[in-house]
Design a protein around this ligand. Structure first.
Ligand code: FAD
Length: 412
């Protein structure tokens, strides 16, 4: 992003995150994660914490920096160049932390939020179940209160960080007798007796981040670990979808940017038919298209970030956040795909990291809510706005020669 629009603290956080991505993460870690020699890079999270880079939006009292989304998206883009696993592990304290920050009690913040930001507690978010992820309200994991504990039973799958997490934010059905919107509770579940994590699948990309299936069998969760109201997880979910989707969106910018830079340098050096391939329109237009898409995606993500800072959660913000997630992740996918095309055969090999970034990018349109679900939210929230709003702008519908022929305006 052009520095001209950044205030000094934004430049500073961007530069700190950029320096961390450049110097704080070894090439070997990336290779070992992709080869699944590393299953969960706990030291990476501790190192981020040591650099005071976790939970940037939370108050210093709880280990954050008291910054806002306009700052956090800048850091997320820089970390995004490391690929989806490390970007996601960087994001999880921001995602789980949001639930604690907005809905947590003082005691919960002291016991969990602060240690998370200090890198002493690692976290995962357990929402998706084997029976499905898109239909959040169909959750089948259950919690039942028994005195001073909840008994948690069920399974979650595709949980990033599960293999190393000390703490899980879990959504489970707490009231089987009412409509789903009032039937689910959110709980903080420590890794304890009855929690089992299995590494059951090979992933196309986004490896080494501890993605696993989690079984909860009669896990005893203290009642004080309830987040928000009992049966009130709908509110928690609604709030958490902001960091969940904004982190995906902003991380995707970094991944796309990295791929574009590699391809652009390559096109400037590689020759075919006696000239640099960037001199062929078929190549240079791909670079131009990618750059334009990335700039447009970045503008959308940054504006959305500033809007969240200004007005907080709302129907309008849900639309903008979903647009950002959808557009930025589709952009990253298109940019990485074109980067591979620009590089020809060598882009398909592990001589360059484009193939790894492509494998990572593919997930981004699926996780944190598929882009079809983003479309569902976008149009739903738009119709709410459209149908509620009084006509204040020009009524363009009447600017047609026969617009007054009411008999031709048939809708059913
Ligand atoms: C590597 C990886 C990491 C992940 N990390 C996490 C994590 O940390 N925590 C977590 O909780 N989850 C995580 N997920 C889960 C991810 O968010 C889900 O996979 C995703 O939300 C889709 O859910 P699903 O796979 O069950 O697909 P389904 O919900 O079964 O959907 C299948 C298809 O149907 C479409 N579809 C479903 N409903 C509709 C609809 N109403 N309208 C239009 N299309 C629809 C979907 O878009 C999709 O194309 C991860 C997944 C992967 C693969």
């Amino acid at each position: 992003m052009s520095d001209i629009l950044l205030i000094p603290t934004q430049k500073q956080i961007r530069d700190e995150a950029r320096a961390f991505a450049r110097e704080g993460v070894s090439r070997q870690l990336l290779l070992d994660m992709d080869a699944e020699k590393v299953h969960y890079p706990r030291e990476y999270i501790q190192k981020l914490a040591a650099h005071h880079l976790l939970g940037l939006r939370f108050p210093p009292e709880w280990g954050g920096r008291g910054l806002d989304w306009a700052h956090e998206v800048l850091a997320l883009e820089e970390i995004g160049v490391l690929g989806a696993s490390l970007a996601c592990l960087f994001s999880l304290p921001s995602i789980v932390g949001e639930a604690l920050h907005v809905f947590g009690t003082g005691k919960q913040k002291a016991s969990y939020l602060k240690p998370i930001m200090e890198g002493k507690l690692t976290v995962a978010e357990a929402l998706t179940e084997p029976r499905g992820g898109s239909d959040f309200f169909g959750a089948t994991a259950t919690v039942k209160r028994e005195g001073e504990v909840y008994l948690l039973n069920g399974q979650k799958r595709f949980i990033v960080g599960a293999e190393g997490a000390d703490l899980f934010l879990v959504y489970a059905r707490s009231n089987p007798d009412v409509s789903s919107h009032k039937a689910i509770s959110a709980l903080l579940v420590e890794r304890s007796e009855g929690v089992e994590v299995q590494h059951v699948y090979g992933l196309l990309g986004t490896r080494g981040g501890g993605t696993g299936r989690v079984y909860f069998r009669n896990v005893r969760v203290p009642v004080e670990n309830l987040i928000g109201e009992e049966h009130g997880a709908y509110e928690v979910f609604n709030q958490m979808m902001i960091p969940e989707r904004m982190t995906s969106a902003a991380g995707a910018l970094g991944l796309g940017r990295a791929a574009l830079e590699i391809a652009a340098h390559y096109a400037n050096r590689r020759k075919a038919f006696g000239q640099k391939i960037r001199e062929f329109e078929g190549v240079s237009f791909k670079i131009a298209e990618s750059l334009t898409r990335l700039d447009a995606a970045r503008a959308l993500v940054h504006e959305t970030g500033r809007m969240i800072d200004a007005i907080g959660n709302s129907s309008y913000i849900r639309r903008r956040v979903s647009e950002s997630k959808k557009f930025a992740t589709e952009t990253a996918w298109a940019v990485v795909n074109d980067a591979m095309q620009v590089m020809g055969g060598i882009g398909y090999t592990n001589v360059y990291p484009i193939e790894r970034l492509l494998r990572d990018a593919r997930l981004m349109t699926i996780w944190t809510g598929t882009n079809e679900i983003m479309n569902l939210v976008i149009q739903h929230e738009y119709y709410k706005e459209l149908l509620a709003a009084p006509q204040v702008a020009r009524n363009v519908e009447t600017d047609a020669l026969n617009s007054d022929v009411e008999g031709e305006k048939i809708f059913e």
